[in-house]
Design a protein. Structure first.
Lengths: 154, 500
């Protein structure tokens, strides 16, 4: 049996379902439910059996598929992932409008857009339009200290 | 029934809902045109916009997005041989050669007329079949529902797996496991939350759909260095030509439309099948029954070869609403996303929907007619302009898709944890997709998980803890036999492939 990415992933899934099975057994149920025919543990247990069986079968039966993982743009995706993460951090503190525009502008610049007109037209009007639609038309409140400070929203 | 239908007509023909259909078709056409972003991503991106809507309007909008996306996918297939969605791959077999001959306008018109006819004929079938099936399904008990959901999960895994049934089953199990996070519906006991307050209510359906489809698709475009954008000159230089069809071409199209709309509808009704299989089947079917002379034209710009998949994919879209509306079981990944959206509105699709909320049930069906007219009247003349969207560079598109995904999830909870969690799920989905793990079974498992547990619990408790309902109830038994057959078929195909 040779090691390939499918087998590695199947092995990880097998571990996940084994842990899931253990945790399913640890779910606290009410005393009167402990010996019931069906309690909060039953369904997760059944899922874990299904998961363990299919992961094991994949581990044993998988064929050798060559997948060259190094050909992909890992770094770009990780940077975009970090940008989304930072966006999540900033959205609460500096508000929706500024954080979203920052996220869009940095992403455009990182992905190679150099035309400043395109950058500006694909960020500010889009964000302002969406915020107007949500806040002004659909009555969805978005906390935005910056726009409140400017007096644009109440 | 007549009273319910009248209520549905009233709802569907309200100015607001007509606007929803138009918006849905328009947005769906644009998103469906972009290679990579299919109907599931399109609907997922629409969910946040529907928050303030009533369920009928939201459903009408999403249905419009669905068939708009299929139509949009055909446009990019025909014009530049780059299918926006899998369901329109077979449209490029004959559509693109027509385009190259300078008949792009004609090809688009055939696609529009065929989609319109397929969608309309299938909506007529839906009109007749859905109430009948809803009546039959009223006799279903928990055990039968459990069996039906098992069939649905297995068939989605079988059809969506592209030969990787075991991987699809792992995704199904993972989806079911994710559905158990949060409070147990009967005892209110918290499961798998690990003391994290953000997980106590369970994982949000919108978060999972956005992360696994929209966001991971955006990551994938960068990850695989996909060249999805085309120069605006490439799009505009495609000579459209006339959109008028000759009498001979119409005569050629009509029987094909008749046959393939029936085929498309029934394939769409089958759980797991959907527009992709319907369109390939229709193209193959028409080719096999064509005369020797006509057969040679297939793949080189045949009218029949384009009309067949276009009719079938739209008919299948309509057909996939039958199990969703009547049984509450989605027939495809896209309708699974719609089911999730309906559940978040507090609407439980199923046989009771037809009785309790006839205005919603009928409004969705009737809006399909309006949607088909909108696609024909509004989108066809606008196609040359809409096609320019293909020229949006990926480095503009990707941040915008990420932004809409994040905003959509943030607007539900206003909780930054959801954004972090979503980014992590998207990254994991990206890796799984590269390793050929299909995502629709995960979503279906997640959506059906709660219902599956509820029905299994009821069935077991009614049977005093016994699983004998599997062979004691004829409906359950038949459904379980179907489920076993699906598994056996996959095993057989696996062995056959191995031998080859």
């Amino acid at each position: 049996m040779t090691i390939n990415y499918t087998r590695i992933s199947a092995f990880i899934f097998l571990l996940i379902f084994l842990i899931y099975s253990y945790l399913a057994g640890e779910i606290r149920v009410f005393a009167f439910d402990e010996n019931a025919d069906f309690n909060a543990r039953t369904f997760p247990k059944l899922i874990s059996y299904l998961g363990i069986i299919v992961s094991l079968l994949t581990l044993v039966l998988s064929k050798n598929e060559e997948e060259n993982m190094s050909q992909y743009e890992w770094i770009s995706v990780i940077i975009l992932f970090a940008l989304v993460f930072s966006y999540g951090l900033l959205i609460k503190t500096i508000g929706f409008f500024v954080s979203t525009n920052l996220f869009l502008i940095i992403s455009y610049l990182y992905l190679g857009v150099r035309n400043y007109k395109v950058i500006i037209f694909s960020s500010f009007p889009v964000v302002a339009g969406l915020q107007f639609m949500l806040h002004g038309l659909l009555d969805v409140y978005i906390r935005d200290p910056f726009l409140q400070f400017l007096g644009v929203i109440s | 029934m007549i009273e319910g239908m009248m209520m549905g007509i009233n709802t569907a023909f309200s100015g607001y809902n007509i606007l929803m259909v138009m918006m849905g078709c328009f947005a769906g056409t644009i998103i469906g045109m972009l290679p990579g972003l299919g109907p599931m991503s399109a609907i997922a991106l629409m969910i946040p916009i529907t928050y303030g809507f009533d369920p009928a309007s939201a459903m009408i909008l999403m249905a419009g997005v669905y068939y708009g996306a299929i139509f949009g996918g055909s446009t990019s297939s025909i014009l530049i041989n780059a299918p926006g969605v899998a369901g329109t791959v077979s449209s490029s077999f004959d559509g693109y050669p027509m385009s190259q001959k300078g008949q792009a306008g004609k090809a688009l018109a055939i696609a529009a007329y065929a989609s319109f006819s397929g969608g309309t004929i299938a909506a007529l079938f839906l009109l007749v079949a859905a109430p009948q099936l809803a009546k039959v399904s009223l006799s279903f008990q928990s055990a039968d529902y459990f069996a039906l959901m098992c069939v649905g999960l297995l068939s989605i895994a079988a059809f969506a797996s592209k030969g990787q049934f075991l991987k699809a089953m792992i995704m199904t199990a993972l989806g079911l496991a994710l559905a158990t996070v949060g409070q147990d519906s009967l005892s209110d006991i918290t499961r798998f939350a690990f003391g994290n307050i953000n997980l106590m209510d369970g994982i949000s359906f919108v978060l999972l759909v956005m992360a696994t489809f929209a966001m991971s698709e955006a990551f994938m475009i960068i990850f695989k260095k996909m060249d999805i954008n085309f120069k605006s000159s490439d799009v505009s230089k495609t000579s459209l030509g006339s959109i008028k069809l000759s009498k001979k071409e119409v005569k050629e199209m009509v029987p094909t439309i008749g046959r393939t709309s029936v085929l498309g509808f029934f394939v769409g009704v089958l759980p797991g099948a959907g527009a992709t299989i319907a369109s390939f089947l229709a193209w193959g079917f028409e080719r096999s029954i064509a005369s020797a002379k006509d057969k040679l034209k297939f793949g080189k710009g045949s009218v029949k070869g384009l009309a067949a998949p276009e009719t079938a994919n739209n008919a299948a879209c309509t057909g996939s609403f039958v199990p969703l509306l009547t049984l509450g079981i989605p027939g495809s990944g896209t309708t699974a996303v719609m089911l999730g959206a309906l559940l978040s509105f507090g609407v439980q699709p199923g046989p009771r929907l037809y009785v309790e909320q006839p205005e919603l049930f009928w409004a969705v069906i009737i809006s399909m007619y309006i949607g088909n007219v909108v696609l024909l009247v509004l989108n066809l003349p606008l196609i040359p302009y809409i096609a320019r969207i293909l020229a949006i560079p990926k480095n503009i598109l990707v941040p915008l898709v990420l932004f809409f995904s994040v905003t959509g999830v943030y607007l539900i909870s206003f909780n930054s944890f959801d954004i972090y969690f979503m980014a992590i799920v998207a990254l994991i989905s990206l890796v799984l997709r590269v390793l050929n793990y299909p995502m629709p079974p995960l979503i279906l498992g997640f959506i059906l998980g709660g219902m599956l547990e509820k029905n299994l619990r009821r069935a077991v408790l009614i049977n005093d803890g016994s699983f004998s309902f599997i062979w004691e109830r004829p409906i359950s038994l038949s459904l379980f036999i179907i489920a076993i057959l699906i598994v056996l078929l996959q095993v057989y195909q696996g062995f056959k492939k191995e031998k080859e």
